[in-house]
Design a protein around this ligand. Sequence first.
Ligand code: HEM
Length: 420
Amino acid sequence: MTEPSTWEQILDFSHRANPYPLYAELRKTPVTLLPDGSYLVSTYAEISSLLHDPRVSSDVSLNPAAAEAGAGGEAGMSPTFLNMDPPDHDRFRRIAMRNFGPPHAPGRVAGLEPRMAEIVAELIDDLQGKTRIDIVDDLAYPLPVTVICELLGVPPGDERRFRVWVDAALESTDPRLDSEAQQQKRVEAGQELRAFMEELVETHRQSPGNDLLSAMDSDDGPEGRMPAEQLVGTGLLLLIAGHETTVNLIANGALTLLRHPDVLHRLRNDPDLVIPMVEELLRYEPPVHFVPFRTALDNIDIGGTTIPKGAGITLVLAAGNRDPEQFPEPDLFIPERKNNGHLGFGGGIHLCVGAPLARLEAQIALTEFALRLQNPRLVTDPPPYRPSPFLRGPRHLAADIDGVAVPTPGKEPGLTPQTR
Ligand code: HEM
């Protein structure tokens, strides 16, 4: 039997808890040809260059592996601007962005800060009397899902409906399943999610509210109206991207703090540290490990190799984030690291739309975690992981605590300038 390749080992669930030594191995060849004819890119400079290269397409219909994996639309999900190139990408992204943040909707995210602080405070209050908690179920999951539902105008209680389908869609990326089982899970989940969002869009059309879906639907800006099909796709993209990734940022953050009690102690005494610390987390333990299904539109000379026109490309963001050429001592967690140009939110024209929201949620959740949980200790290290190799984070994160402190006046996150 032949040895599994480094990439096969990275995909293998047994390496989910610590893929970083394998990423170091991968970086020895910055651009690697895989047996299926696609290319992996694992070094910072090369990933960064390709993220900004117009010869690299995100159009999944051009990528044979994407069609095989069901990412091309047959799973009931129409392509969104995440999987488009200019000019369509730019047009639909602009309609979403205009309603999501400054200058047209400056209050949309920033205005949520007090509400986020309130949700976190309630979640932590609910832990009173417990000695063992699950940081994923008790904090990291409920915060982002509540926030994105309120932002989009998803009624309270609907989370229970879509949770099952989102889980099934994500589990379909589990490399341990055969491709037929993956495909079936994805198609079923995709159809259910689509029907759910179509119903929601229709409800908002009948009676518009002060939410993002209603705002995108009624936008008569310079790009014109977003077609109904796109609105459903964009709604789903925001709903799923808007919480699945942030759950991992908060859970990976809490795990990293529990593994570095000195930093937890410093954060308790200096809540301002949370701002650079969240950036360092996005480098050190990023929620999104790679960006798959890019396609070369031309021959591209990079890293001593020519990626031929038509070949698939996977950008291994998490490997680039630990590249010693870019980050001195990359395997150390240094919360105040300077010049941290991490790849955690991608880069170029597809740079994450939700970065300001995700940052704020993680800053508030991790500050409150440090200030209020007394003597938290990790129960299992490493914790059990979720199956996905590219949306990577703990499935559960058990911690023992001695108690829950009452909020310190003036130190509550969201109420002071420190967390902004
Ligand atoms: C810690 C949390 C998050 C991480 C690590 C993250 C990461 C990323 C990454 C790496 C990309 C680039 C994908 C690519 O180049 O193909 C991306 C794009 C995107 N993200 Fe996020 N994301 C997070 C939170 C969010 C949130 C909260 C939202 C929405 C509310 C969101 C919405 C999007 C959208 C719509 C895109 C597509 C942008 C485009 O194609 O122009 N993300 N995100």
